[in-house]
Design a protein around this ligand. Sequence first.
Ligand code: EPU
Length: 356
Amino acid sequence: MSSEGSGAPKSMLQTDTVKLDSWQKEILKRWQGKTAKGLPLSVKDELLRQFDGEVLFDEPMAKHTYIKIGGPADVFLKPNSLTAVQHALRLASAHDIPFHFHGSGANTLVRDGGIRGMVICPYDALKAFSVVEQTEDHVDIEAEAGVPWVKLVHLSRDLGVSGLEPLTGIPGSLGGLIAMNAGTREREMKDIVREVTLLDKSGELTTLPREKLDFEYRHLRITRTQFIVRATLRLEPFTSTSDVDSAIKRYQERRIETQPLDFPNLGSMFKNPVPKSARDLVAPAGRLIEEAGLKNVRVGGARISSKHANFIINEGSATARDVIALINLAKDRVRDMTGTVLETEVKIIGEDNDAH
Ligand code: EPU
């Protein structure tokens, strides 16, 4: 069985599945080996005295990910406002501290060694949403990135406007769903997004219309140092509250029937493979993993679900290493059996615990 340790590079720099820009790489390189204790005293002091929000040192990321896995973040910040996010960014820049924006953790696997530098988690400060336009043709909803997706699905039901039903039950908050271009075969986030406001590492806000947003399959092309702050979604005009409600219920029931929601998980682990041409038929990731005989296979506390093979569940004591071993096993087996190379949908970040 292939496992993450075998020949794989160890540091967050080399093993991230998320692309870092050159500025982040350079800063992270300088930070290697330091922990929260290595944080300049003046920064610690300023955070503890002046930061508008919660400041936690050596905070287990397991508390902030849906799958309940992940080593400590050197510094974990929960800003109360965008101004506080900008304060954190200024400190990071002035003291060469690497930083990572964290959302709700629905789609992120953090390695067991945790995350060096600052983790900035602004979602508690980004919970507002409202209807901003209503015409005969459409209804526009503006929402901040930290609004749980389920809330927006329920809002669409209460308003009787259609458009979000096929996306019912995707775990996470608005920002994460847009960053992932989350979706199903029926609909993706790119189909409903009208505009997105991004915060960059200098603290500037930029609003981009849909035409300027580079959506790919299960991915929005933005850099690691940009963060989605809010977005406007365009839904269909009023249909009927009960029609929307019954569609949502149908999708919910199907999800409960087919997905292992009773254990911590990260949603779909792999993207569904994209056919090379319109004539090609490629089975979805769940079917490929099932056909590779891997349903119910366990490594440590992690298991490939017997209900849906594209889900890995944490049975209670799983480590990131266990999950990554299963990811690699699924990739290897499916590639050997079918030639298809599976790509993770989940983002894997942080360091192995033997990286120091
Ligand atoms: N299948 C199998 N074996 C399995 C699992 C699935 O044969 O173990 C087959 C199913 O029978 C079905 C096909 O694979 O014919 C596709 O499965 P499913 O309908 O469950 O959809 P999916 O493509 O696996 C997508 C989204 C999910 C979303 C569901 C809603 C992706 C990568 N995932 O899953 O999104 O909830 O549709 O039906 O597109 C997420 O992104 O985290 C997520 C949960």
